[in-house]
Design a protein around this ligand. Structure first.
Ligand code: S3P
Length: 460
């Protein structure tokens, strides 16, 4: 679908079939884990091997970045092999100068690379698309500066100019103002070169893939919850604490990545809203910091059977059966928001088909994703006749009426494009999603997978 910029979705066909754990018709490998495996593999001593690696625009950005830093890697099908530089790359890397790295539209690539560069003591300029330049980078620049990293942003955003960091870096004790795995991971990577234990506190349970992967590489990383008195009136708040002790070295990775639950989200919602649908999804990642959508859909009455099948490489995974369901409105706020932070486009579509009121609050972070997802969802679902009320920190949807067809736009946001396509499967008439080429950033086989499951979806 690389050359296709619009997707035409003809409603009325149920989705049925099975996505296996691997092979042609399967879920893509997890995006967050793919980023981390490529980068941590590059920081290890020795050769790492990662199976079911996601091949998409955003992971290409991080692999291109590694090229610029002289890291050797090979891809064979979905298998990635990376020759690590270790934590202290040889002084001869100075010949690389300070490369310009284009992170495309991937904030994960930018924030994680910034942390790795800081730990390695390598200079570079990190830049990206106009969309990426709008994403907030002050949240990594300020703590990295405290650690002694010479880093400059452009008005709190990209491009980021990173100089040669002194080694070791100063260990950090820092409280994140917003729960963010990208920020936490950036700082944990930098902390690998710290002069002592780094302590990070977060106001919510953001995804913990970096911590799990670092543990698998032999690093001492501890996570725990902590209640703290904050603010003038001394209110108690729950914080998520992560402590990392800098290691001598990272052992190489041997991983097989689970299917991406954030990609599965669109298929799950598509099956729930389209009459007659029944899907089986195998080897889906079920890390509890990522499964908020499943809980929210259950609150809506979704017929969703989940069978955990154990852990692989430190990450829980399992199989799922999803059937078309009569959904009802639900309320989502607080820590559930954090554990489904990427799933609101898909969730809003479920809400549009659910009987009654759905209320999402405490979710202002949605305004800082690939698009302002509160405003963009309101505009585009509004075009399909959805009763959507934008709130400063979320939205209200009064659902249950059939959606009209129409022409909608992705706002350059891969998840918005996939959610709108899913919405079209159960609408009264055709939905055309403009700007759908952006889907290749995270799920290039999305349209082909929907077709293989029976949907009438084609590019134009
Ligand atoms: C990601 C973390 C999330 C998420 C993004 C991937 C990651 O961002 O939205 O798609 O891989 O760490 P924040 O950590 O900024 O919330």
């Amino acid at each position: 679908m690389a050359d296709v910029d619009a997707l035409r979705v003809v409603p009325g066909k149920p989705l049925s079939g099975e996505l296996a754990g691997e092979g042609e018709l399967s879920l893509p490998g997890d995006k967050s884990l793919s980023h981390r495996a490529a980068l941590l593999g590059a920081m290890a001593e020795g050769v790492s091997q990662v199976d079911n690696f996601l091949l998409a625009g955003v992971t290409q950005a991080i692999l291109d970045g590694l090229n610029k830093l002289g890291v050797e890697w090979q891809l064979q099908g979905r298998r990635l092999r990376v020759q690590g530089l270790g934590l202290a790359p040889a002084a001869d890397r100075a010949r690389l100068g300070a490369p310009q790295i284009d992170c495309g539209s991937s904030a994960t690539s930018m924030r994680l690379l910034a942390g790795a560069l800081a730990a390695w003591g390598l200079p570079a300029t990190l830049d990206g698309s106009p969309g990426l330049r709008r994403r907030p980078m002050g949240r990594i620049v300020e703590p990295l500066t405290q650690m002694g990293v010479p880093i400059q942003s452009s008005d709190g955003g990209a491009p980021l100019l990173i100089g040669r960091s002194p080694r070791p870096l100063r260990a950090l004790d820092h409280t994140l103002s917003v729960a963010s795995a990208q920020v936490k991971s950036c700082l944990l990577l930098a902390a690998l070169a710290g002069d002592g234990e780094t302590v990070l506190r977060e106001p919510g349970p953001s995804r913990d893939h970096t911590e799990r992967m670092l543990r698998a590489m032999g690093v001492e990383v501890h996570s725990q919850e902590q209640w703290l008195f904050m603010g003038e009136v001394g209110q108690q708040h729950r914080y998520y604490l992560t402590r990392l002790t800098p290691p001598q070295r990272l052992q190489p990775l041997q991983l097989s990545l689970p299917g991406d639950i954030s990609a599965a989200a669109f298929l799950i919602v598509a099956a729930l809203i389209t009459p007659g649908s029944r899907l089986i999804l195998r080897r889906v990642g079920l890390n509890p910091t990522r499964t908020g959508l499943l809980e929210a859909l259950r609150l809506m009455g979704a017929d969703l059977v989940i069978r955990p099948t154990g852990e692989q490489s430190g990450e829980p995974l399992g199989d799922m059966i999803v059937r078309h369901s009569q959904l009802r409105g639900a309320e989502v706020k607080g820590e559930l928001v954090v554990r489904m932070i990427d799933e609101f486009p898909a969730f809003a579509v479920a809400a549009a088909y659910a009987e009654g009121l759905t209320v999402v609050s405490q979710a202002e972070e949605l305004r800082f994703k690939e698009s302002d997802r509160i405003t963009a969802l309101g505009q585009e679902l509004g075009r399909l006749g959805v009763d959507f009320k934008e709130m400063p920190d979320g939205f209200h949807i009064r659902g249950g009426l059939p959606l009209s067809g129409g022409v909608v736009n992705s706002h350059g946001d891969h998840r918005l494009a996939m959610a709108l396509a899913a919405a079209g499967l159960a609408a009264k008439a055709e939905v055309v999603v403009g700007g759908a080429g952006i889907i290749t950033q995270s799920y290039p086989e999305f349209a082909a997978t929907l077709r293989a499951l029976g949907a009438d979806v084609h590019g134009e």
